[in-house]
Design a protein around this ligand. Structure first.
Ligand code: FAD
Length: 386
């Protein structure tokens, strides 16, 4: 399938080549065992892709967001899944923008070199869900350290990460003027934390995502691991969300292209009633519609990335890109299953796996409803609904 995507052609080509070493059989095997794609992540790290957004002065590639998006899109377009490592690309942004010079020197070069994995992002909690500022995990100052108590849920890759970016409350909610105040970000050493009261419990999910629950039972964290200023953490987390939205959108676009490519190939070759099934408009139209949806989402994603790379506000575009791309990949997955008839359900075609994988992105990292309410309130000026 040809598309007009022309940005970063060398990167795209190189990522496609790398992904050839990790074919459908590789992902299927891991999916069955719900196992982490260690070799794939290692290969990406060695090739420098996970350090794409880390500036060159810290040993990264210093590439723009559009290049990181191209990397993830190509992984998904080739049938793989960047969910195993995409966070490493963007959560370091909080450290880069708000960390002290000492923190940046201590962590970023090692993350860029693949010596330290910063894959885990502890924001969501069972009791607060999308209402992030209601989170209960508390970091109490105690001399030159903080003592963290609470629980996170859906902390993906926690078992495969050396560091976690943790959002916790440092001032009780009833003692701050605005509910977004009094939250702080910490960079947590996972090995030290596990030895001092942090436990990780994996959650099995409908797709292979290495996600977990994390429990903090009076876990000490050195005060020097506070990122930026105490109480400003929510702002720091928000500042990284646009990059996250754009990168997830790119993954969905990759998924949509994979589904559409498979659908078109199969619709051309599968003959029923003495003609290719793709000759029937009932088969063509869902694929064509998904293609149109994907292309629209792709344009929005490119625009969001371009604004981000130009240092301009891209919150609306990043949110729209993520929503449209997640819907497009789902439409393409649906068309792909339907086009393949019974074979759409057979493991060896990878369609059912990708179908399960791409469904996540209408819920995480932010659900469609929350994007719509963002647009309604902040772009259209409608009253806040919650
Ligand atoms: C596999 C997986 C991996 C994840 N990885 C991470 C991770 O690494 N780190 C992390 O911190 N989090 C992670 N998450 C959490 C994810 O970001 C949340 O699941 C998501 O933001 C939705 O929150 P929730 O599940 O608590 O749903 P809830 O907040 O309980 O919402 C449930 C439903 O109600 C809707 N809803 C809620 N409030 C409103 C409203 N006011 N108006 C309209 N609709 C509303 C939502 O749209 C949603 O559909 C992950 C989740 C999954 C499933």
């Amino acid at each position: 399938m040809e598309t007009v995507t022309t940005d970063h052609p060398e990167i795209r080509e190189a990522v496609r080549k790398l992904c050839q070493g990790f074919p459908g059989e590789y992902w299927r095997r891991l999916d069955r065992a719900q196992a982490y794609p260690t070799d794939f992540v290692k290969a990406l790290t060695v090739a420098g892709y996970l350090g794409a957004l880390i500036p060159e002065e810290y040993g990264g590639a210093g590439l723009p967001l559009s290049a990181a998006a191209a990397i993830l899109e190509e992984i998904h377009r080739s049938g793989g899944n960047g969910g195993a490592c995409h966070a490493q690309m963007y959560i370091m942004g909080a450290l880069l923008r708000h960390g002290s010079p000492a923190q940046k020197q201590a962590y970023l070069p090692k993350i860029a070199a693949g010596v330290l994995r910063l894959q885990a992002f502890g924001v969501t909690e069972p009791g607060s869900g999308t209402d992030t500022t209601s989170l209960k995990t508390f970091a109490r100052r105690d001399g030159d350290r903080y003592i963290v108590t609470g629980q996170k849920i859906w902390t993906s890759r926690a078992e495969h990460s050396d560091l976690m970016l943790l959002l916790a409350r440092t001032t009780p909610r009833d003692q701050v003027k605005k509910r977004s105040e009094g939250l702080s970000v910490f960079i947590l050493d996972m090995v030290a934390a596990r030895q001092a009261g942090m436990t990780i419990r994996p959650i099995r999910t409908m797709m292979n995502h290495s996600t977990t629950e994390v429990f903090f039972d009076s876990v000490p964290v050195p005060a020097e691991n506070l990122v930026g200023e105490e109480g400003e953490g929510f702002r720091y987390i928000l500042s990284g969300m646009n990059a996250e939205r754009v990168l997830i959108a790119a993954e969905c676009i990759g998924d949509a292209k994979w589904f559409i490519g498979k659908s078109v190939a199969y619709a051309r070759e599968r003959v029923v009633f003495d003609r290719p099934i793709g000759q029937n408009q009932g088969v063509q139209f869902p694929i064509a519609r998904a293609y149109a949806q994907m292309r629209a989402a792709e344009l929005m994603t490119h625009q969001a990335a371009a604004l981000f790379d130009a240092g301009k506000d891209c919150a609306a575009e990043a949110n729209m890109a993520k929503m449209l791309a997640a819907e497009a990949s789902w439409a393409a997955g649906e068309a792909c299953i339907q086009t393949h008839g019974g074979f759409g359900f057979a493991e060896e075609f990878d369609i059912e796996r990708k179908f399960r994988e791409t469904r996540l992105y209408q819920v995480a990292p932010i659900s469609t409803n929350l994007i719509l309410s963002y647009l309604a309130e902040h772009v259209l000026g409608l009253p806040r609904s919650y």
